[in-house]
Write a protein that binds this ligand. Structure first.
Ligand SMILES: [Zn+2]
Length: 268
C-alpha cells in the first residue's frame, strides 16, 4: 500500500501542515470527524500533565505521539520497584530517578518535535497558576484529594478544560470539567473540598494495573477529542469496573453553592 503522504510531498498549503505531518497522521485524517485544519490546531496545542504514575504513563505516551506542540510534566516522586507493573514507562534501570526526568527523556525520544518541560516539584496553589495558564488543557493524573481540588480550582479560575481520573483496586473514575459549560459543574461539585475523604492511596488498598491504565487511556481519549475541536463531554462521571468489565455514565450538573464553580473569585 502506498504511503498516505505520497502525492502530498510538499505538504498542504491550505492547512500549513508539512508533508511529514500529513503522512504521520494520515489515519486520523481518514476519519470523517477531522480535517487538516483540526490537525494543525492540535499540533499547536500545549498541555499540562500532573502526575506520572499509572494514569500518567499512558496519558504521556498517547499525548506525546499525537503531534502536540508542547507538554509540561509535573511529578515530585522517584521511581520505585512497586511502580513498575502499572507505570509502564519505567524500567528497573530507572529506579531512584525522578519520574518527571525519566518520562521527559523518553518522550523526547518518541516525539522529537514535542517540546517537553519537566518539573520535579509538587503541584501547589503557588506554582499551578502559571503552569495551567500556559496550557490549553490540563490532565490530572494525581492521587491526592487536596491536589485534585487545587488543580480543579485553578482550571476553573483560568478557564482551562480539565480531564481528571482516578483508580483504586478494580475501579476507576473519569471526569471532564469545562469552564465554558458552567451548568455542567466541576470536580468540587461532586467531591466537596470541605469534606475530604480518608485518603485511599493505592499503596494502602492496591490497584489492578490495567484498571488504572484504562483510565489513563480514557483521559487521553477525551483530551485528544477536545484538542481536535470536539465539545468537552462535561457533566458526567464515568465509572469503570475492570472486573466485568463495564463503563457506567452518571450524569450530574453544577451543585448550588459549589465554592469553586458557582462562586468564582476573580481570575488570578
Ligand atoms: Zn463546582
Amino acid at each position: 500500500m502506498a504511503g498516505a503522504g505520497q502525492g502530498r510531498a510538499e505538504g498542504s498549503k491550505a492547512s500549513g501542515l508539512d508533508a511529514d505531518q500529513l503522512s504521520q497522521f494520515s489515519r486520523l485524517l481518514l476519519l470523517a470527524d477531522f480535517d487538516e485544519v483540526d490537525l494543525l490546531s492540535l499540533c499547536q496545542k500545549r498541555v499540562l500533565l500532573v502526575g506520572l504514575g499509572g494514569l500518567g504513563a499512558p496519558v504521556a505516551l498517547y499525548m506525546a505521539q499525537a503531534g502536540l506542540q508542547a507538554m509540561r510534566l509535573i511529578d515530585p516522586d522517584t521511581v520505585s520497584l512497586s511502580n513498575l507493573p502499572r507505570q509502564v514507562l519505567f524500567s528497573p534501570d530507572d529506579l531512584g530517578r525522578y519520574k518527571a526526568e525519566v518520562v521527559a527523556q523518553k518522550l523526547r525520544q518518541l516525539a522529537p518535535r514535542l517540546q517537553v518541560e519537566e518539573h520535579t516539584e509538587r503541584a501547589t496553589s503557588a506554582n499551578l497558576s502559571p503552569w495551567v495558564a500556559g496550557a490549553d488543557l490540563v490532565l490530572d493524573c494525581t492521587d491526592q484529594f487536596s491536589v485534585r481540588q487545587e488543580i480543579n480550582r485553578t482550571c476553573i479560575h483560568l478557564g482551562k478544560p480539565l480531564i481528571s481520573a482516578s483508580a483504586l483496586q478494580w475501579s476507576g473514575q473519569l471526569l471532564v470539567v469545562d469552564p465554558n459549560q458552567p451548568e455542567a459543574g466541576c470536580y468540587a461539585c461532586l467531591f466537596d473540598p470541605a469534606n475530604p475523604p480518608k485518603e485511599a492511596a493505592c499503596g494502602a488498598y492496591g490497584v489492578f494495573s490495567t484498571a488504572v491504565g484504562t483510565m489513563g487511556l480514557l483521559q487521553a481519549n477525551e483530551a485528544l477529542k477536545i484538542l481536535l475541536g470536539k465539545k468537552p463531554s462535561a457533566g458526567a462521571l464515568r465509572v469503570f469496573d475492570a472486573k466485568e468489565p463495564r463503563l457506567e455514565t452518571l450524569r450530574f450538573s453544577a451543585r448550588l453553592g459549589c465554592p469553586v464553580c458557582q462562586n468564582r473569585p476573580p481570575v488570578r
